[in-house]
Design a protein around this ligand. Structure first.
Ligand code: SF4
Length: 351
């Protein structure tokens, strides 16, 4: 089955796979790494918008490593999951200082870079060096679990390792420089365009005749994942203070610490946050309390957490200050160029 499977995937990729994604136009580990990290938690359509801008601003790993982190976060703004941008910057510096400016040439070496896990390292090594290593991102887990009717619970790390072993056994064995990139891309393309979580398009799928889940008409029973993510909730009060300046409205923003207890929005610029309404009120002079305007609360959904955002607006006279609130004043136009969390960007854009 192994060689039949890889041959079918490769043949399908040549005729039906994706060939014109922006990151497929360039070779080399830097651009592949960049696109793989962006694609880890962001939809292809969004990455297609961000990737060319990012590459234009940071065309080499050297330019990325030399850039201030704030510039990287600003350009990442809108893609979410900012830990990736912080890790990208750290990894670029690792490449420059620990690897003499060259990316490691094996998956094992690539895994030493911050933010590069086993699957991402395998994708880079397969695409750039033709190394015989298996990717296993969410989409590929779904494809392989269905093809093999894999009964293991993928919430269990030991079962994931077992599926990884099976993924390795399915890899091409010949002409690896050519077959590994095509096969790896083919699996990604099948996961993205055919083998959807709901209602997979088995009729168009090149491996339908050997896919155990499809043959037994039980596609949606796989992959098996029993453990549910535990979600938490958090309420934050955000002080949306504005004042007139020579360039129009200015807004008070606070850069969140990189090493604070909460990693949410670390390094980004936010409206000053408070843990409670009382804490916010205590930071604002008593005389301004009658001018505080409480906006309707809204929910911002993160992977593991629902954040309830309570925005409290206050308009201050020109040049006034809020000494008990940390932050800096930015003209609105300048603020929108900073690295901002998505809900804060939305609020400021609507200001
Ligand atoms: S045959 Fe259907 S279930 Fe099996 S891999 Fe293809 S699309 Fe997925």
């Amino acid at each position: 089955m192994a060689s039949l499977f890889s041959r079918k995937v490769i043949a399908w990729q040549a005729t039906h796979g994706r060939h014109s994604l922006p990151w497929q136009m360039r070779q080399g580990p830097y651009s592949v790494w960049l696109s793989e990290v962006m694609l880890q938690q962001t939809q292809v359509a969004t990455v297609q918008n961000f990737y060319p801008q990012f590459l234009a601003k940071f065309p080499t790993v050297k330019s990325l490593a030399a850039a201030p982190l704030d510039d990287v976060l600003a350009l990442w703004s809108g893609m979410g999951y900012y830990t990736r941008a912080r890790n990208l910057h750290r990894a670029a510096n690792q490449v420059m200082t620990d690897f003499g400016g060259e990316f490691p040439k094996t998956a094992e070496g690539l895994e030493q870079l911050v933010g590069v896990g086993r699957s991402t390292a395998a994708a880079i090594a397969a695409f750039c060096y033709g190394e015989r290593v298996a990717i296993l991102d969410g989409n590929v887990k779904r494809v392989l679990a269905r093809v093999l009717a894999f009964e293991g619970d993928l919430a269990n790390a030991a079962q994931v390792r077992l599926l990884w072993d099976k993924a390795i056994a399915l890899l091409p064995t010949h002409n690896l420089k050519k077959t590994m990139p095509a096969y790896t891309q083919g699996l990604m393309d099948m996961g993205a365009t055919l083998c959807h979580a709901r209602a997979p398009d088995c009729v168009s799928c090149p491996v339908a005749s050997i896919c155990k889940a499809s043959i037994s008409k039980a596609c949606e029973a796989y992959p098996i994942k029993k453990k549910k993510l535990k979600r938490s909730t958090e309420s934050i009060w955000l002080l949306h203070a504005t004042r007139k300046s020579r360039q129009g409205d200015a807004v008070l923003l606070q850069q969140r610490p990189l090493d604070g207890a909460s990693k949410v929005w670390a390094g980004l610029f936010s409206l000053p946050p408070f843990a409670s309404e009382a804490a916010l009120q205590a930071a604002v002079p008593q005389a301004l309390h009658p001018q505080l305007v409480f906006q309707p609360v809204f929910k911002h959904v993160l992977t593991h957490k629902d954040m309830w955002l309570h925005v409290v607006r206050v308009q201050l006279p020109a040049n006034s200050k809020l000494p008990a609130v940390q932050g800096d004043w930015f003209a609105l136009g300048d603020a929108l160029l900073l690295g901002l969390p998505a809900p804060i960007r939305k609020l400021l854009a609507a200001q």
